[in-house]
Design a protein around this ligand. Structure first.
Ligand code: GTP
Ligand code: SPV
Ligand code: MN
Length: 586
C-alpha cells in the first residue's frame, strides 16, 4: 500500500508481530472517518451527543484506569543511559525492545491494524516532519485525524523521499501493569502499549513532536518545545508573536485564545498553537515558530464563556469529548462550564452523579477539536515559514514565591529562568496533584534527552541567533492566605502580555531586582480592573529570604546533573545569591 520500501517493510514486520485480522491504510478522508465513527458508535466506544446542540460531537469514556499520561512508565531508551539523563526513566534499548515485542506478540488478533501517515507542521513547510503511527484503536485514528495532518497527503510526503518517525501503538488489555511508552530516539522509533489516552497514544503529539523531535532538534540546531504560540495585535494593527511554556494544565490553551478585557479596545490575540512549538533560527537572526499540530487536545474543566470564550466557540461541533459528564439531554458537562449545575447528570464513568460520587467530569477530561474552528485562529498558523518570536514566556503554577511577571536580564539568565521553572503537579499525569516539582521549560515529562545537554543547547542559541527573543517568567496562580487566587487570570493576563510587548518594543518601564526586571504597579495598564493595592504589591513582591531558599533548592536540583551542567547556570545562582545578600534562615 506504499511505494516506500522502508515503510512497506516496517508495516510487514509489525503485522507479522501483532497479527491483526486486517490492515487498513488511513487516507484521512471524510468518508473513512464516518465509517470509523459509525463502527465506534455501534460498539459503544463513542456515544453521540445531542445533534441539535452539538452536531457531529461524540463522548468517549475511557477505562477509568486510563485517564492521563503515565510518567513512571514513559521511558527514553538510549544506548548510553547518561544521554537520557536523570530527568528521564531509562531502559537499555535491547531490553525495552524485548519487553515491548513480547507484549505486542499477537496483540492485534481479532482487531484491525490502522496505518496512519501523518505530517506535523504546515504543508509545504521546510520545518514539517512526517510520521507513521500504527494502532489498533479507531479512537486514536479519529483523534490523530484532528490533531495532525493525516492521510494521503502525508503519505505522499513520505513517498517523496522524506524521513518519517515510526510509532507503534496498541491499547493491549488496558492493564496498568502492562503499560509502557518507550522512545528510541536513535532509531526514530516509538513503542506504546496498554493505554488509549492522549499523550500516551496519539504518538504524533508528545512522543514524536516533543521527545523524539527535541532529540533531533539538538543535533540539527533548532528547538522542539512545550509552548503555545500567539500573536498580540495592538490598536495600530502591529502583531507581536510570543511563545509560552507552562507545564501541563497550567494555562497554555487559555492564554493562546485570550480575549482582552473590555478596557483594551483595539487589542486582539491570535492563536497559532496551544501546546507545541518548533522554533528555528531564521536568516534574519530571529527565532521562527511553527505549530506542528492541527488541533487542540485541551482540558475541559474550567472552560467557560467567562474564562475562554474563543475555546467555547471552537467546541460544540465536530468535537470528540473524553471523560466529561453528560446532561439528561445529551450535552457534555464539566465543572466550571457556564450555567447552573443541571439535575440528573451522568458522571464521566456514566454513573448517576450524586454528592458522593466525586466530580462530574474527570479533572483531566479533554476535548479534541480542529484548530481551524477557533475564532482567533491566526491567518499565519499555516504559513510554512512560521511566525517570528519576540518573547519567550516561561511560567508555572506556584501558590507562592514566583511573582506575577519577571523579565530576564539576558539570554543566559533567560535560560536559567526556564531551567528553574517549578510548578505544582496537575491531573494531566497520573500521580499526586499539587506537589511542587522542578519542571524546566515545562519539559520535565517531554525532553527526550539529558536536561544538562538540553540547557547547553538552549544556551548555544546565543551564537546561532543575532536577534533572540526576550525571556519572561509569569505566574497566574499566586494564592493569598485563604487559598484564593490573587490574580484574576484568563483575559486579564492581557495586562501582563501588554507590558511584555511594550518591553520588547523598548517602551515600558521596569525596576531591577536580583531575579529580573519587574513592572512597578504603575507600569501595568490596570484600567478597568479592581485589585487591591495590597494584592498587587504582594503579586509583585520579591522576598529575599524566600528567594535565598529558592536558590538553594535550584542548586540542589542542578546538582542532579553533575559535571554535565553548563557552568553558565551555576553562575546565575551565584550572581543572584550575591545580589540578594546574606539572609537569615527563615
Ligand atoms: P495541557 O493541555 O495539559 O498542556 O494544559 P494547558 O497548559 O493548555 O492548560 P489549560 O489552558 O487547559 O488550563 C488548565 C487549567 O488551568 C484549566 O482548568 C484552566 O481553567 C486553568 N487556568 C488557565 N489559565 C488560568 C489563569 O490565568 N488563572 C487561573 N486561576 N486558572 C487558569
Ligand atoms: C499535556 O499533558 O501536557 C497535554 C495532554 O497536553 S497530552 O497530550 O496527554 O500530553
Ligand atoms: Mn501539554
Amino acid at each position: 500500500m506504499t511505494t516506500n520500501p522502508a515503510l512497506a517493510r516496517w508495516i510487514e514486520e509489525v503485522a507479522a508481530l501483532t497479527k491483526p485480522d486486517q490492515i487498513h491504510w488511513c487516507d484521512g478522508s471524510e468518508e473513512e472517518n464516518e465509517r470509523l465513527t459509525d463502527a465506534m458508535l455501534a460498539d459503544g466506544t463513542l456515544l453521540r451527543l445531542n445533534e441539535d446542540t452539538h452536531p457531529n460531537c461524540y463522548l468517549h469514556r475511557s477505562n477509568p484506569n486510563d485517564v492521563a499520561r503515565v510518567e513512571h512508565v514513559t521511558m527514553v531508551c538510549t544506548q548510553n543511559q547518561d544521554d537520557a539523563g536523570t530527568n528521564n526513566h531509562w531502559m537499555a534499548p535491547a531490553d525495552a525492545h524485548r519487553k515491548m515485542d513480547a507484549l505486542y506478540d499477537g496483540c492485534m488478533r481479532g482487531r484491525t491494524m490502522y496505518v496512519i501517515p501523518y505530517l506535523m507542521g504546515p504543508y509545504e513547510s521546510p520545518y514539517s516532519r512526517a510520521g507513521v503511527e500504527v494502532t489498533d484503536s479507531p479512537y486514536v485514528v479519529a483523534n490523530m485525524r484532528v490533531m495532525a495532518r493525516t492521510g494521503t497527503r502525508a503519505l505522499a510526503h513520505i513517498e517523496a523521499g522524506n524521513s518519517f518517525i515510526k510509532g507503534l501503538h496498541s491499547i493491549g488489555e488496558l492493564d496498568p501493569e502492562r503499560r509502557f511508552i518507550m522512545h528510541f530516539p536513535e532509531e526514530l522509533l516509538i513503542k506504546s502499549y496498554g493505554s488509549g489516552y492522549g499523550g500516551n497514544a496519539l504518538l504524533g503529539k508528545k512522543c514524536h513532536a516533543l521527545r523524539i523531535a527535541s532529540w533531533q532538534a539538538r543535533s540539527e540546531g533548532w528547538l522542539a518545545e512545550h509552548m503555545l504560540i500567539l500573536g498580540i495585535e495592538n490598536p495600530a494593527g502591529e502583531v507581536t508573536y510570543v511563545a509560552a511554556a507552562f507545564p501541563s494544565a497550567c494555562g497554555k490553551t487559555n492564554l493562546a485564545m485570550l480575549v482582552p478585557p473590555q478596557a483594551y479596545a483595539g487589542w486582539k490575540v491570535w492563536t497559532v498553537g496551544d501546546d507545541i512549538a518548533w522554533l528555528h533560527p531564521g536568516e534574519d537572526g530571529r527565532l521562527w515558530a511553527i505549530n506542528p499540530e492541527a488541533g487542540f487536545f485541551g482540558v475541559a474543566p474550567g472552560t467557560s464563556m467567562k474564562t475562554n470564550p474563543n475555546c467555547m466557540q471552537t467546541l460544540g461541533r465536530n468535537t470528540i469529548y473524553t471523560n466529561v459528564g453528560l446532561t439528561a439531554d445529551g450535552q457534555p458537562w464539566w465543572e466550571g462550564i457556564d450555567g447552573d449545575k443541571p439535575a440528573n447528570l451522568l458522571d464521566w464513568q456514566g454513573r448517576p452523579h450524586t454528592a458522593e460520587t466525586g466530580p462530574v467530569a474527570h479533572p483531566n477530561a479533554r476535548f479534541t477539536v480542529a484548530a481551524a474552528q477557533c475564532p482567533s485562529y491566526s491567518a499565519k498558523a499555516n504559513d510554512p515559514r512560521g511566525v517570528p518570536i519576540s518573547a519567550i514566556i516561561f511560567g508555572g503554577r506556584r501558590s507562592s514565591v514566583a511573582p506575577l511577571v519577571l523579565e530576564s536580564l539576558d539570554w543566559a539568565h533567560g535560560v536559567f529562568t526556564g531551567a528553574a521553572v517549578a510548578s505544582e503537579t496537575t491531573a494531566a499525569a497520573v500521580g499526586q496533584v499539587g506537589q511542587v516539582r522542578r519542571d524546566p521549560m515545562a519539559m520535565k515529562p517531554f525532553c527526550g534527552y539529558n536536561f544538562a545537554d538540553y540547557w547547553a543547547h538552549w544556551l548555544s542559541f546565543e551564537e546561532r541567533c543575532a536577534n533572540l527573543p526576550k525571556v519572561f517568567h509569569v505566574n497566574w496562580f499566586r494564592k493569598d492566605a485563604d487559598g484564593r487566587f490573587m490574580w484574576p487570570g484568563y483575559g486579564d493576563n492581557m495586562r501582563v502580555l501588554k507590558w511584555i510587548t511594550e518591553r520588547c518594543a523598548g517602551a515600558a518601564k521596569a525596576v531591577s531586582t536580583p531575579v529580573g526586571m519587574m513592572p512597578s504597579p504603575a507600569d501595568l495598564d490596570l484600567t478597568g480592573l479592581t485589585l487591591s493595592s495590597q494584592s498587587l504589591d504582594a503579586l509583585l513582591a520579591i522576598d529575599p529570604a524566600v528567594w535565598a531558599r529558592e536558590m538553594d533548592d535550584i542548586e540542589g536540583f542542578f546538582a542532579d546533573f553533575g559535571p554535565r551542567l553548563p557552568p553558565a547556570l551555576r553562575q546565575q545562582v551565584e550572581r543572584i545569591r550575591e545580589q540578594i545578600g546574606p539572609q537569615q534562615a527563615a
